[in-house]
Design a binder for this molecule. Structure first.
Ligand SMILES: [Zn+2]
Length: 264
């Protein structure tokens, strides 16, 4: 730049001197001043251009930024909001993942609870079934039974039951779940207990020494209802057992016991 200025000044001076002669130094000096100023302008302009170039570069950058901004604005975002958008998107993804995890855990909890409930229900049903099985179980009122007289006609009369020899005072249990429908003295039966069971069958325990239940009392399988004896028309201590299916006529107890898997 200084070289350019010097050359321009020198050339201008030379040109003026060659055109107007060596006599007019003052004028030439004055002209030179204008020329210098005139020549300085392009230099200044060059500087300005440099600045302009820089400015243009800046302007270009600004324009590019404006363009980007405009494009981003067209998408509803900006470089700044883009970053914010990414953060928001990540946050949303994170929240969605958390919600998914919560849903999965919730569903698992339901499945586990349902499994537990099924287990409880199964156990409950099993208990009910067991209780019902126990409640509907049958047993003989005497242990180690000794049969002394069977069902059938004797001297023209029907012996409507089975006699089991047992000593007086032997506890007599209920054969199954049922309700006492009679308990007390009944002519030839002596002290009698009648029980209607869950299936409608009615049993008679005759010749008892003690009756320990009342009419209407509910009994469980094996529950003691009294003691064996020798009351009524009896020739010795024994239990007279009658079985009346559905409350009807008495049947031979032994086949009935066998059909109910009761060893006798
Ligand atoms: Zn008898």
């Amino acid at each position: 730049m200084p070289d350019l200025l010097h050359e321009a000044r020198h050339r201008a001076g030379h040109n003026v001197a060659s055109r107007r002669g060596a006599g007019s130094r003052r004028e030439a000096k004055s002209k030179r001043g204008h020329v210098i100023a005139g020549l300085a302008l392009p230099s200044a302009a060059a500087v300005v251009l440099v600045f302009c170039a820089g400015g243009a570069a800046v302007a270009t950058t600004a324009k590019a930024q404006t363009s980007v901004f405009t494009q981003s604005a067209a998408r509803g975002t900006s470089p700044h909001t883009d970053a914010k958008g990414v953060r928001l998107k990540r946050l949303e993804q994170s929240q969605a993942a958390a919600r998914h995890t919560q849903t999965v855990e919730h569903n698992l909890a339901i499945v586990r609870a349902a499994a537990v409930a099924r287990g409880v229900e199964r156990k409950k049903l099993a208990d009910v079934a067991k209780h019902e099985a126990l409640g509907h179980s049958w047993r003989l009122p005497v242990t180690n039974p000794v049969l002394t007289s069977g069902f059938g006609y004797r001297w023209g009369q029907l012996h409507a039951g089975e006699d089991f020899a047992v000593s007086v005072g032997t506890p007599l249990p209920s054969m199954s779940t049922g309700t006492v429908i009679f308990g007390g003295a009944e002519s030839g039966f002596g002290n009698l207990v009648e029980i209607r069971y869950w299936d409608g069958t009615i049993s008679y325990y005759g010749h008892m020494s003690v009756v320990s239940v009342k009419v209407g009392e509910a009994v469980r399988p094996g529950q003691i209802v009294g003691q064996s004896g020798n009351t009524g028309h009896s020739t010795g201590p024994h239990l007279h057992l009658e079985i009346h299916p559905n409350g009807g006529p008495a049947v031979d107890p032994l086949p009935w016991l066998a059909s109910h898997h009761i060893p006798a």
